[in-house]
Write a protein that binds this ligand. Structure first.
Ligand code: NAI
Length: 684
């Protein structure tokens, strides 16, 4: 009544055998139930195919059985069990799938039908209705109008070729497409592909197939030849390239074995520490979190638990709270496999922590720092194991942001680097190995980019104009909105510590010059007014309340800029969007070339991946280095020379030797730049 076979040692083939139409008699239902049980319980079986003998799938219930009492297993629970089964079930339909046979097909996870097959629900002709879920599943599958037509008329469908169908169209098609277009434009600024998809679907709805398919191919040709497709395909490969880290010593991803990490500790439960704890615990690593004071420990603990619970709820799993331990004592870290330090950005404090860790932790424990720019090697130097010290630079919020810069000090062993890279991967991060220098790759490049933005303010632009130009380019957020989100006080503190501003600066120093180069004090003036960004409700913009996210232009900033310009006798000028993009992004890429020269990044792909995953660089532009190559290196060089001539006191605008060298070599493609950097010194 149903034949069970194992095909290719992994597919269970169940053939209904009840001539002439393989009706679902009690014997067939019984045999099917047994066969399904066998298939679901056999670990060798990975999928099930149901078909009917003699080229007929199933003609439905056995009408002869209607007269008597029900015998054998009822159909509905049998069908429900097939649908709920964990293995995929495919209905292979030939001939007919009618009534109960069609309902059987409806519960299968996939259906394949011969184009001559007939499908339908003829129950109404017998004065009944499709009662094995047909009236419930079909409307869900094909919508109410089409389901009503099939169920109430009993007209069978032939299995038509999809290209011959007309597209079911809502009456308000234009309004629907308009809404989707707006959503797509908002989510993916300036990206062509989703808009082209909408146009293609419009063609499906409004044209016959032969014309629609032509439109599809025209749209594809436009996309295929666009820079965006090239950029997005480059991003796909760049991400894979970045995983294949390589050091000049010959150590690389495929010859260095990572250690297994079962337990970790985090020092400091502030903004970053909390996110790192969550990232580790949710992949099953037990974590000891350390704070300096009881109250901070308790606050941190509650925050971490809340974050883990929300995260687990979203993923439909249970929160791994049993993996967490909270303590005030470093002594509890004796046996952990790895420590990540995330205390304040203060070298003296970090050194003290590393010295202490070096004493407390067993000799094999890896010691990592989340510093956003301090010298990783100086920290390694205060420990008894410099080869086991590495930077693991997460981005905020650490449990959300995908990027991890693995900062290799000159003494970090290849095993240490491999372990940090593989731990990053395990946490779902995109890890990029970088060398040790102030700011590493991402933050080092950010400086010239942000400098240009503030210089443009001096010269006549507004924060909203600059942000708009960058957002139109494709950034999720312009530089000023991003700074407001991150908090302006962080950079202010760093500038004070490095003697650029604050009471320690010699008042005889001209305010707009530091260390022999142009300096813009406007960000310091904004901070002096207690405007630290979103968290204080005021920054480059104003917000409804502290912590608000709705940025509005602030007339006070406008006043501040006007007063500033008049104090320094700066005649404001109209600045074009093109100048904004060129000065910000070419300065950014120029620093990228220097980073390649210095061997802080091994390849342009690494830099691009850092900017894509850590700094919101638009993916359809490929990253700053790819973007420079798309604009044309010759043009980038010419524009940098032009801007450097106009602003000779801005060294970041002076074209880097590598850029000049690449232009002299005929501007080779990004993927081959590495060959031109080979001879230079590497910090990796
Ligand atoms: P935070 O100020 O939010 O947190 C630091 C935490 O460390 C505080 O809770 C403090 O009580 C604790 N702490 C200080 N000394 C300690 C000690 N001796 N033992 C245990 N805990 C101690 O700072 P945040 O933002 O989390 O930054 C931490 C580190 O991460 C810094 O090095 C920072 O540069 C870096 N970083 C920060 C990013 C950010 O966007 N906030 C991004 C990437 C890195």
């Amino acid at each position: 009544m149903a034949r069970y076979e194992l095909v290719k040692r992994s597919v269970a083939l169940i053939t209904l055998t009840n001539p002439p139409v393989n009706a679902l008699s009690s014997a067939v239902r019984h045999a099917m139930a047994k066969s399904m049980e066998q298939a679901l319980n056999d670990p060798k079986v990975t999928a099930v195919v149901i078909c009917g003998e003699n080229g007929r799938f199933c003609g439905g219930a056995d009408i002869r059985e209607f007269a008597g009492p029900l015998r054998g297993p009822p159909l509905v629970p049998l069908l429900d069990a097939i649908e709920a089964g964990e293995k995929p079930v495919v209905a292979a339909i030939e001939g007919v799938a009618l009534g109960g046979g069609f309902e059987l097909a409806l519960v299968c996870h996939y259906c394949i039908a011969h184009f001559k097959a007939r499908l339908g629900l003829p129950e109404v002709t017998l004065g009944i209705l499709p009662a094995a879920g047909g009236t419930q599943r079909l409307p869900r599958l094909i919508g109410i109008p089409a389901a009503l037509e099939l169920i109430t008329t009993a007209k069978p469908l032939s299995s038509r070729r999809v290209s011959m169908l007309t597209t079911p169209c809502p009456p308000d098609l234009d309004a629907l497409l308009e809404v989707v277009t707006m959503e797509v434009k908002k989510k993916a600024r300036g990206v062509m592909a989703p808009l082209a998809c909408i146009q293609a679907v419009r063609a499906a709805a409004t044209m016959p197939y032969s014309k629609g398919i032509k439109r599809e191919s025209e749209l594809m040709a436009t996309l295929f030849n666009s820079g965006q497709a090239r950029a997005l395909q480059y991003c796909f490969f760049a991400q894979r390239t970045a995983g294949k880290w390589t050091l000049p010593s010959g150590a690389q991803w495929n010859n260095s074995k990572p250690r297994e990490i079962r337990s970790a500790a985090i020092i400091g439960l502030g903004t970053m520490g909390r996110g790192i704890v969550v990232s580790l615990a949710r992949v099953g690593i037990s974590v000891i979190a350390v704070e300096s004071e009881k109250k901070l420990l308790e606050t941190g603990k509650q925050m971490v638990i809340g974050m883990l619970e929300r995260d687990a709820k979203r993923r439909g799993v249970s929160a791994s709270l049993n993996l967490l331990k909270f303590t005030l004592s470093l002594q509890d870290l004796k046996d952990v496999d790895l420590v990540i330090e995330a205390v304040f950005e203060d070298m003296a404090l970090k050194k003290r922590v590393f010295q202490e860790l070096s004493k407390v932790c067993r000799p094999a424990t890896l010691l990592c720092t989340n510093t956003s720019g301090l010298d990783v090697d100086a920290l390694a130097g205060v420990t008894d194991r410099p080869h086991l010290v590495v930077g693991m630079h997460f981005f905020s919020p650490a449990h959300v942001m995908k990027l991890l810069e693995v900062v290799c000090g000159p003494r970090s062993s290849s095993e240490t680097i491999a372990t940090a890279m593989s731990l990053g991967k395990r946490m779902g991060k995109v890890s990029v190995a970088v060398g040790n220098c102030p700011g590493f790759v991402g933050n080092r490049m950010l400086k010239p980019y942000m400098d240009q933005a503030t210089f443009l303010l001096e010269e006549g632009a507004t924060p909203e104009q600059i942000d708009k130009a960058l957002e139109d380019f494709g950034f999720a957020m312009g530089v000023f909105r991003m700074s407001d989100l991150a908090g302006l006080d962080v950079g202010w503190r760093i500038r004070k510590e490095s003697g650029l501003t604050g009471p320690d600066v010699d008042p005889k120093n001209p305010p707009r010059r530091r260390h022999g180069r142009r300096y813009c004090p406007i960000p310091d003036m904004v901070c002096e007014q207690g405007r630290f960004g979103q968290k204080t409700g005021r920054g480059w913009y104003m917000y409804d309340k502290p912590g608000g996210t709705n940025a509005k232009p602030d007339p006070l900033i406008q006043n501040l800029l006007e007063m500033y310009r008049s104090r320094y006798a700066i005649q404001p000028r109209n600045i074009s969007d093109q100048e904004i993009i060129e000065r910000c992004l070419f300065a950014l890429a120029n620093e990228g070339f220097r980073i390649l020269e210095d061997g802080i990044a091994a390849r342009p792909e690494d830099i691009d991946v850092i900017y894509l995953f850590g700094y919101g660089f638009p993916r359809h532009r490929g990253g700053p280095m790819f973007y420079a190559s798309m604009v044309g290196l010759e043009r980038v060089l010419e524009r940098l020379e032009h801007y450097h001539q106009a602003h000779p006191d801005v060294p970041h605008l002076e074209p880097s030797p590598l850029l000049k060298k690449l232009v002299a070599c005929g501007s080779p493609s990004v993927q081959t730049w590495r060959e031109h950097i080979k001879t230079m010194h590497s910090h990796l």
